[in-house]
Design a protein around this ligand. Structure first.
Ligand code: PLP
Length: 243
């Protein structure tokens, strides 16, 4: 598990480097360690190395892992580790998400947002929410269309047990990206984020969640302040689990 410590250090160095190149403050960029497909020992190693925020995509795997981490660290306050749900959501699976996570990055429909708010346990703080944007505008991709994002943001903002924090995107990969299409997707996200931020006028709306292992620096150049990094920390995943 020594590799995880080293990998985390390397990712932090990449963040610092990318922020400097962009003229930004590296401490404003949060690192979310995406631990999907890796077992709780990998999470424990990352915690040992100082990491506190973790992203998960698969609900049952995540719920089991959260319990295993808590059992392994009985003296660590549960609020110390911050779990983020970053996978696709079905409306019949919202309850465990509302119960076990501090953040959800993949809200794309008001019906799902309403259920999350209803199902958020009263003893927990409001659930932090990012709206996922289909920035490549491909029909097959998850997320709300950019021109529908402000409307959904206002709906989420009105829900009592949710706290609207920002936007999230997964730019569609482009083979042989001669036209810098991926870069344009990040640039559109930065623009959309600042437009919605200005419209809402809410200090809570402070998070632009984008950037993965392969495009972290580019995302930071375009204003990402929460990067979601999996394989660069934990290693390669089996191919069928690549998303
Ligand atoms: C898997 C995944 C990541 C991490 O991807 P890497 O390429 O391994 O860094 C980030 N965000 C989402 C939504 C993911 O599904």
């Amino acid at each position: 598990m020594f590799a995880i410590t080293q990998n985390l250090q390397a990712v932090h160095a990449q963040i610092v480097h990318a922020a400097q190149a962009a003229g930004r403050d590296a401490t404003a960029v949060r690192l979310l360690a995406v631990s999907k497909t890796f077992d709780f020992h990998a999470v424990l190693a990352a915690i040992e190395a100082g990491q506190r925020a973790f992203g998960e995509n698969y609900l049952q795997e995540a719920v089991d892992k959260i319990a295993a981490v808590q059992a392994a660290l009985p003296t660590l306050p549960t609020s110390e580790i911050e779990w983020h749900f970053i996978g696709p959501m079905q409306s019949n699976k919202t309850r465990p998400i509302a119960e076990h996570f501090a953040w959800v990055h993949t809200v794309e429909r008001s019906k799902i947002a309403e259920r999350l708010s209803q199902q958020r346990p009263a003893e927990l703080a409001a659930l932090n929410v990012c709206i996922q944007i289909n920035i490549s505008q491909e029909a097959s991709k998850s997320g709300v269309a950019p021109d529908e994002a402000l409307g959904l943001a206002r709906e989420v903002q009105a829900l009592p047990n949710l706290r609207l924090r920002g936007l999230m995107a997964i730019p569609a990969p482009v083979e042989n990206d001669a036209d810098n299409e991926v870069e344009q997707q990040f640039a559109r996200m930065q623009q959309l984020f600042s437009t919605i931020q200005a419209e809402l006028g809410s200090a809570d709306f402070d998070t632009l969640s984008m950037g993965m292992s392969n495009d972290l620096a580019l995302a930071i150049r375009y204003g990402a302040n929460m990067v979601r990094i999996g394989s660069a920390i934990f290693g390669q995943r089996p191919p069928f689990h690549s998303q």
